[in-house]
Design a protein around this ligand. Structure first.
Ligand SMILES: *Cc1c(COP(=O)(O)O)cnc(C)c1O
Length: 448
């Protein structure tokens, strides 16, 4: 992007100056619409999410057999929703801000199979593709018992096809593990920031891992090229995929059941706030879209990004979406939050989510580390750095979002609020690495 355009954008949107200074910012989305109005223009619908939900139900018998750890929930890949009162008190003490309402953690960090939010969208898209191939070749009908997919005949069949994906790590883990299990030839194109243990784990499962010195965008580009050369290769396009998005969106109805079980109300007098770490946008976008379909104007979704990788925020603020990257603004896209180390947002997600999103904020790596250690101390819950980006959300909202709360008529309702921090990954991080994260967080906490 030309520098003249950049300086014009900075003049039009003063917040960009603070974003480029790497300040932590809190932004309210001026394009948020009333649900019905925003939804009337949406290309994706609630019916699309229900279709995805039903597909996952069809596959449940396969999961019970292929991944016995999913048997507890009858082959449904879902994570716990837990109250974190002790962490709430830590946040109140540390940030000197009373947090009105309940604070809960949605532990996608502990999703079976790949231990991150990518076990939703990533796995779903591979299943959809596998189902399509099997149906097309008359190996399956919609009312078959899908546990037959574990049979050798299917493995042999899927081995004629390949799957490719570009990733900063976690998407590669999800796609790699499920694809290899089904029998596909799968190649994961990994960006420089992807962790060594993720590559090793994938190779141990027979996945081809190709490494790049460049960032996520390069890994995606190379994956796309590989797929273009091979007609039997299916490319999972993290930047543009509706299937990934819908796989994530299924989280909403599952969350609603969990809230019902806990007798937590969400209605006009009981607002729900959800804080979602954002990389390219598919995960948080899909979840937010699903939540809006169910809770409409009573749910308020905020994205969280590292100060060094605020790609979605820049895309939304400027309205230019994937036509801008953080590098255009001189931001380096270097962060310890590897799941969020994305320089250019998904244009598809940005445009889809624009009328539904309440706002977005940025957070420094050191804050993520400090909260990582605190969450272990307070709740014994271990997350990877990316997954802590949401944790500061309630503090930010109550400290800086008073205009938003006022405009939405929420000022007097906050004591009835529920805040859900979406913990997007961490349970597969090797213990040694987790210890390093923890120590780093402790050091940073003691420094000031
Ligand atoms: C991928 C990822 C995200 C964000 O999802 P996007 O679809 O890239 O926006 C957040 N946290 C973790 C741990 C992730 O792996």
């Amino acid at each position: 992007m030309e520098s003249i355009t950049i300086s014009r954008l900075q003049q039009e949107h003063p917040i960009i100056g603070r974003i480029t200074m790497l300040d932590e910012v809190f932004w309210v989305n001026p394009k948020l619409e009333h649900f019905e109005k925003g939804n009337s223009n949406s290309k994706l619908t609630k019916a699309d999410i229900v279709d995805a939900e039903n597909r996952l139900i069809r596959f449940a018998p396969y999961f019970v057999k292929a991944f016995p750890e999913t048997a507890k929930l009858n082959g449904i890949i879902e994570s716990p929703l837990v109250e974190i009162d002790s962490m709430k008190h830590y946040l109140e003490r540390t940030y000197e801000q009373e947090l009105l309402g309940n604070l809960l953690l949605k532990c996608d960090s502990h999703l079976p199979i790949s231990g991150s939010i990518k076990a939703r969208g990533g796995i779903y898209e591979v299943l959809k593709h596998a189902e399509h191939l099997a149906l097309e070749n008359n190996l399956l009908t919609l009312d078959s018992d899908y546990s037959i997919l574990e049979d050798e005949a299917f493995q042999k069949f899927f081995s004629k096809f390949s799957i490719a994906v570009g990733s900063t790590g976690n998407l590669g883990l999800s796609i790699g593990i499920i694809s290899a299990k089904l029998g596909f030839n799968v190649t994961v194109h990994m960006s420089a920031d992807a962790k060594e243990w993720k590559k090793e784990l994938l190779r141990s499962k027979g996945v081809s891992v190709i490494e790049y010195k460049e960032d996520y965008s390069k890994a995606v580009e190379e994956g796309r090229k590989q797929a273009e050369r091979d007609p039997n290769c299916y490319f999972i396009d993290d930047e543009n995929s509706k299937d990934l998005f819908l796989g994530y969106a299924v989280a909403a109805s599952r969350l609603k059941s969990q809230l019902d079980e806990k007798r937590i109300r969400v209605d006009e007098d009981h607002p729900l706030f959800v804080y979602l770490p954002c990389g390219v946008g598919g995960g948080p976008g899909g979840v937010a879209f699903g939540l809006k379909q169910l809770f409409k104007d009573n749910v308020h979704c905020f994205f969280a990004e590292p100060t060094h990788s605020p790609c979605m925020l820049l895309g939304l603020v400027t309205g230019l979406h994937d036509r801008v990257s953080v590098q255009d603004f001189g931001i380096d896209n270097r962060t310890a939050a590897d799941g969020l180390a994305v320089g250019r947002p998904s244009g598809f997600v940005g445009k889809t989510i624009e009328p539904f999103l309440s706002g977005s904020y940025t957070i420094s790596d050191s804050q993520m580390y400090k909260m990582l250690s605190a969450l272990i101390d307070e709740e014994l819950i271990r997350l990877e750095p990316s997954a802590l980006a949401g944790m500061i959300g309630p503090v930010n909202l109550l400290k800086e979002g008073s205009t938003y709360l006022q405009n939405m008529g929420l000022k007097d309702k906050m004591k009835n609020a529920t805040h859900i921090v979406w913990a997007t990954g961490g349970s597969m991080v090797p213990q040694e690495e987790m210890n390093r994260f923890y120590n780093k967080g402790r050091e940073l906490t003691l420094e000031n």
